[in-house]
Design a binder for this molecule. Structure first.
Ligand code: NAG
Ligand code: NAG
Ligand code: CA
Length: 445
């Protein structure tokens, strides 16, 4: 009896952990103190078995410099905020009226020193420099060295790549964002030495490199301001040229599931795509879009998993499976209308939600606890919409629905809902005066 109870408790504990220990792209991620994680345009550094995540603190909803944050984790899911890695210094290129973006940190073996590079700029992005700072411990605080134009040329969006042979490289958008360059760093990682790759007219931003079986994979977006575009990959057996032409890492219409690359982390024989879903009107609410990056075909492909687990010890990931419910199978209310298009799951979606239109999805199975629910929708506007979600007639939760890039382009956003054990009714679009996006289906995890 006791043995049985102990076993049942152990199984329950594993189940609860599996439900909590997940990565949900686009949700509001909080740290171990319950605060929203502020690490935009970030980068990851691994020291022993600890991961450090550096990024831009945008909690003041401004592009101007507030801090480079530093978070630590042993599992890539639970993050503790540490001291700020880099803080403003008045009268320098890292003052509170300057731009400090896309911080990346690598370790210099020779000097036993952590070296941070970042995009260092004036408030109108006219200076187009890189900045360098150093520290003796992962989170520092870092000592600012200088900002400069690498080899006298522009540098805006940038990344770093540390190769197995301890050569390190700056990856950057140069020459007014027209030419993309990869330049070797000196032995200290304080300066650049020679350009090893130059892609003229490539108009790339947000670069990262991941190496697999001796092959280099460059992942980058194109240039469209804060708006997303289809991020691409290029591969080469040498970092000094011979790059393939660009190819997609996700269905191009989804514009990389509304995200821009920030960092690409190896994970066993695969990787993790770490992107930002920028929200320029409320920068601090920009969310993180992390997905498995599957290399089983030999090339990187984003796995569009709404909810997934990562096992950093084993170097594996697994997508959590959910149950789908088509919106068109629900009960339509008011002005809600069925829409037909082959791009919709089941060929149909429900439009004209909100402003009097509702749809109620019936018999949604729950387990009496919190569930992640992914809303699959299309929003062809150039701006965000949102939808109210109410479970069993209870109070509404408002869920943002970023524009999808077309009325027949579908992406998903997550919401955490508490469902009764057994059947539930979920209503979308009630008590809102604005139109919600067209709802295709939901997946309950
Ligand atoms: C970096 O290297 C360039 C080219 O060799 C040189 O002109 C420049 O002074 C160096 N900058 C620093 C900060 O050492
Ligand atoms: C909801 O979306 C509408 C546009 O459809 C927008 O005007 C409104 O500000 C949004 N509400 C919130 C709280 O974001
Ligand atoms: Ca559908």
């Amino acid at each position: 009896m006791f043995r049985f109870l102990a076993l049942a408790l152990a199984v329950f504990a594993i189940f609860v952990k599996a439900q909590n220990n997940v990565i949900v792209a686009g949700a509001t991620w909080t740290d171990t103190s319950g605060n929203t994680i502020q690490a935009h345009g970030g980068g990851i550094l691994k020291v022993g078995s600890t991961f450090y995540w550096f990024g831009e603190d945008k909690s003041h909803n401004s592009a101007l410099f507030k801090a480079v944050s530093c978070y630590s984790s042993s599992d890539l899911v639970t993050w503790s905020r540490q001291n700020d890695a880099l803080s403003p210094i008045s009268g320098t290129m890292i003052s509170t009226s300057n731009i400090v973006e896309r911080p990346k940190v690598i370790f210099n073996q020779k000097n036993q020193e952590y070296v941070m590079w970042f995009h260092s700029d004036s408030s109108n992005y006219g200076a187009a420099m890189v900045g360098v700072a150093t520290a003796k411990s992962p989170c520092g605080p870092y000592t600012y060295k200088s900002s400069f134009k690498p080899l006298g040329a522009d540098s805006r969006d940038e990344g770093l790549f540390l190769d197995d042979d301890t050569n390190a490289y700056l990856l950057y958008a140069s020459d007014n964002n027209q030419n993309f360059k990869i330049t070797r760093l000196d032995a200290d990682y304080y300066n650049v030495t020679t350009v090893v790759t130059q892609m003229n007219g490539a108009t790339l931003e947000a670069p990262g490199i991941i190496k697999k079986n001796g092959k280099y994979f460059l992942i980058a977006s194109h240039t469209s301001g804060w708006d997303p575009n289809p991020n691409k990959f290029f591969s080469s057996s040498s970092i000094s040229g011979g790059w393939t032409s660009e190819a997609d890492i996700a269905p191009s219409a989804t514009r990389t599931w509304f995200s821009q690359n920030a960092y690409d982390l190896p994970l066993g024989s695969n990787g993790i795509y770490m992107g930002d879903r920028w929200r320029p009107s409320l920068l601090g609410s920009s969310s993180y879009i992390w997905y498995p990056l599957d290399f089983s075909s030999g090339n990187p492909t984003i796995v569009h998993a709404d909810v997934w687990n990562v096992n950093v010890q084993a170097g594996t990931y697994s997508a959590v499976t959910g149950t789908s419910y088509e919106a068109e199978s629900g009960t339509l209310g008011g002005s809600a209308t069925l829409l037909s298009d082959s791009s919709f799951s089941g060929g149909r979606a429900v439009g004209y939600l909100g402003h009097g239109g509702t749809v109620t999805i019936n018999k949604v199975q729950g387990n009496g606890g919190a569930h992640w629910v992914a809303l699959y929708y299309a929003n062809g506007d150039s701006t965000w919409r949102n939808v109210t979600v109410s479970v069993n007639g209870g109070p509404s939760t408002l869920v943002d629905q970023p524009n999808t890039g077309g009325g027949h382009v579908i992406i998903s956003v997550p919401v955490k809902l508490t469902l009764n054990n057994g059947a539930n009714q979920i209503t979308f679009g009630s008590s809102q005066t604005n139109y919600a996006a067209d709802l295709d289906k939901i997946i309950v995890f």
